[in-house]
Each structure stands twice: as C-alpha cells, then as structure tokens.
Design a protein around this ligand. Structure first.
Ligand SMILES: NC(=O)C1=CN([C@@H]2O[C@H](COP(=O)(O)OP(=O)(O)OC[C@H]3O[C@@H](n4cnc5c(N)ncnc54)[C@H](OP(=O)(O)O)[C@@H]3O)[C@@H](O)[C@H]2O)C=CC1
Ligand SMILES: N[C@@H](CC=O)C(=O)O
Length: 392
C-alpha cells in the first residue's frame, strides 16, 4: 500500500518512522512514496516534494495522510485527495471538527475511506471504541480529559510545584503542544475533540457554540489551594444528550484526589462514555506525542488495507443546544473589587478570602459572568467542582 504524508513535523515524521522501521507483517506492507513539505524547504529524503499535484496525480498512490494541521490548505487537499480516489487519514482535529460532514459525504461519493482516529485522544483507540459502543447502545454522555498538554501542565504543577510557563515549555519540547499552544491552554483543542466525539455519538454535526473556559490563568497558588482541599484540577470536556437536545461544555473541574481523573498523569487522556447497556466505559492512554499519535494514524491505514469499514455517519439529525441541562458549584478567584458581580449567586462566605465558593450555578451563566470578570481582571480563574451524583 502506497502512502503520501502531507506535513513532516512531529506526527508526520512519527508515521514515517513506524513504517520505515516496520517489524510486523502488517506494517511491512506499507510504503511511504511521497512526503509533502513546504516550498523552499530542503528535501532531505528522496520521497519529498513540494507540489500537491504530483501526489494527487500518482495512480499508484493509495492513501493520503494529512498531518499539516490547521484549516487550509488541509481542507482543500483532503477534498482533492478524496475526489482523486485516494483514501484519507488525518490527525487534524481542527479540520475534522469543522468539515467532518463534508468529508464523510465526499468519501462516500468517491467510494473511498476517510478516517481520523488520531484527531481525538492521540494514541487511544477512542473513536473506534465509541463506534463499537454505538453498534449496541445510544451514547448519551461523554466526558473526559481530551488534551495531553493541559493535563501535563496541571499534573506537573500539582506534583512538582512547577510554574505554568515552565511546564508549558516542557510540553512543547516533548511535541505535545499545538504549533500555537493557545489552542491547548484556552480549551479550543479539547473543544474540537468534543465536537468530533459528540458528532459521532449523535450523528449530528455539532457546532462550536458552547461555553469554553481554559487554564491560561491558573497559578501555582491555585493548584496548591485546591490540593489543600484534597482536590486536583483537570481540563474537562463534557457532553450530554436528552432526547433531541444536548449540551457541551469545556472547563477546569476539581476532582477528589482518589478519583481516576485526579490520578491521570503526564500527557495521558482519560475519556468516559456512558451507554445504555455497557454503563460507563473508560479509555486511557497517551493523548499526545509523536509515536503514540502516529500509531493511531497507522492503525487507520491498516484498517483501510484490511478493508475494515468504520461506522457510516450521515449527520442528518436535527438537534437543539440546551444550556440549562446542568448546574454546578464553582470556586472563583478574582479581584475582590469584582466580587459584587457574583453577589446574586449563593455562596459560602466562610471560604478562604482569596477564593469564593459559589453554589448551584447554571453553567452557561457562570461562563458569561467569568467573561465579564476577565474584562476587568485578566488574571481571574474558575473551576467547577465535580459532583459524583451529577448525571454529567
Ligand atoms: N503533536 C501531537 O501530539 C498531536 C498532534 N495532532 C495533530 O496532528 C497534526 C500535526 O501536528 P504536529 O505534527 O504536532 O505539528 P507540527 O507543527 O510538528 O507539524 C506540522 C508540519 O506540517 C508542515 N506544514 C504545515 N503546512 C504545510 C503546507 N501547507 N505544506 C507542507 N507542509 C506543511 C509544517 O511545516 P512548518 O514547520 O514549516 O510549518 C510542519 O512540518 C495537527 O493537526 C495536530 O493537531 C493530533 C494528535 C496529537
Ligand atoms: N496538542 C494536543 C495534541 C494531541 O491532540 C494535546 O496536547 O492533546
């Protein structure tokens, strides 16, 4: 099977390494025949080219692997490859979250496969697991740690008392962070992964119009305060469906220190789905990193080689977004002069004076308040408190 890799960075070079150092009969059947690099960059390997047409017009090419990242030209190249009768595998959640419906339609029209396991959960076979669960159950709830960089940062701030900037630099050095790490720390990477997961679960192309709050403003002191309360913070994405309404949210959540999420370390992800008959099912593994993610890409290529079909999705359902599906307790840190903005909420006045514990607030309302607070205090932070009784 002949493969072209578009983009030779962390993941593209990982795919190349796995195929070049093949040790199993399956991977020995794969051959990289083209690598697309930017114009003007030195061609350090014989298969390198800087022209997409050469790749699209090669009749011997079977699979295009897209690991460039971003919306364009990834969107155009993926469509062109599918239209040219090539199967496509991508790790790019930005382009999948935005165009999943269009890509599925185009693949089906051209009788080829479009697979994107590595886009969500890195090396974890999460999409495959979700699709398998959907063969028997409705999946009405998904939640979890979907971002390796933010987990690495929060875990290392807690375990090693490191500062945010120190750990972010390390995550970048290890190849976990996006080219622009604001996507990791502001929650937009995890937002894309939640959209992809919920779109598959609900067979509805979920838009990006839900509340997202990241970890940009968290401090070492916040993490130590949460620790003194016996809790650890993790950046979590959640979705829930009731009938034809659904909710999605991304925010930092505090877990008791004996909970699995609180013990998910380094670049690991922990994703949970709830199915009617299977109950809670958890997926755990490296959510970011060169070889773990490249492994998921190669698994998709092998599925194509072995003719293993993935779930057929149409994204034709009609659904409504419902902001009122959940209320939560929050801990908020902001300048004391801004506290009156929170006084209409019920709160615990006995709590440590730097932090306000507010109770039973509707999630979308809390996110709106926090947006206002951040306009006046750009360092403010909030985290919700996980309630094990809560139906997500
Ligand atoms: N790193 C990780 O752990 C994971 C990454 N992903 C996803 O995989 C994709 C790749 O990520 P990653 O490898 O980390 O990113 P990198 O930035 O390391 O690699 C991207 C590569 O693509 C090249 N590139 C970008 N645009 C073009 C273009 N128009 N033509 C040719 N080459 C191009 C870049 O070149 P240049 O350097 O010159 O810009 C770079 O070499 C992203 O979508 C990312 O979100 C998914 C899961 C995990
Ligand atoms: N930057 C992402 C890479 C994988 O998707 C992350 O840290 O999870």
């Amino acid at each position: 099977m002949n493969i072209a890799i578009l983009g030779f960075g962390t993941i593209g070079s990982g795919v190349y390494e796995i195929i070049e150092h093949a040790t199993t009969p399956e991977t020995k059947a794969l051959h990289v025949t083209h690598i697309l690099i930017r114009k003007g960059k030195p061609k350090t390997l014989p298969y390198m080219c800087d022209d997409i047409e050469t790749i699209l017009n090669d009749p011997a090419l079977d699979v295009v692997v897209e690991t460039m990242g971003g919306l364009e030209p990834a969107h155009t190249y993926i469509l062109q490859a599918l239209q040219a009768g090539k199967h496509v595998v991508t790790a790019n959640k930005v382009v999948v979250a935005a165009y999943v419906k269009e890509f599925h339609e185009c693949a089906s029209e051209n009788d080829v496969n479009f697979y994107y396991e590595a886009s969500t959960g890195g090396g974890i076979p999460w999409i495959q697991g979700l699709e398998k669960a959907l063969r028997i159950d409705q999946v009405n709830r998904i939640h979890g740690i979907f971002n390796g960089t933010s987990n690495f940062i929060l875990d290392h701030m807690q375990r090693y008392q490191a500062t945010f900037d120190e750990v972010l630099k390390e995550a970048q050095h290890l190849g976990y962070a996006e080219a622009d790490p604001s996507a990791d720390i502001d929650g937009f990477d995890i937002c894309n992964k939640l959209r992809i997961s919920a779109s598959i679960a609900y067979d509805y192309h979920v838009p990006d119009n839900f509340p997202v709050f990241g970890i940009r403003t968290i401090t070492k002191e916040d993490v130590q305060y949460f620790k003194s309360l016996g809790m650890a913070v993790r950046l979590i994405a959640k979705t829930k469906r009731q009938g034809n309404t659904y909710s999605c949210v991304v925010e930092p959540i505090l877990f008791k220190e004996n909970q699995l999420e609180a013990n998910t370390m380094d670049n690991y992800n922990l994703i949970t789905l709830h199915g009617d008959t299977i109950g809670d099912l958890k997926f755990f593994g490296q959510g970011a990193g060169k070889l773990a993610t490249a492994n998921a890409v190669v698994q998709d290529i092998l599925d194509i080689l072995e003719g293993k079909a993935h779930r057929v999705l149409h994204f034709q359902k009609e659904m409504q977004y419902d902001t009122t599906l959940c209320n939560r307790d929050y801990i908020v840190r902001c300048d004391k002069s801004l506290r009156p903005m929170l006084h209409h909420l019920s709160y615990d006045s006995s709590t440590f004076d730097k932090y306000l514990h507010v109770k039973n607030v509707e999630v979308a309302h809390m996110h709106e308040l926090m947006k206002e607070i951040l306009k006046h205090d750009a360092t403010a932070f909030m985290a919700s408190i996980h309630d094990h009784r809560e139906e997500l």
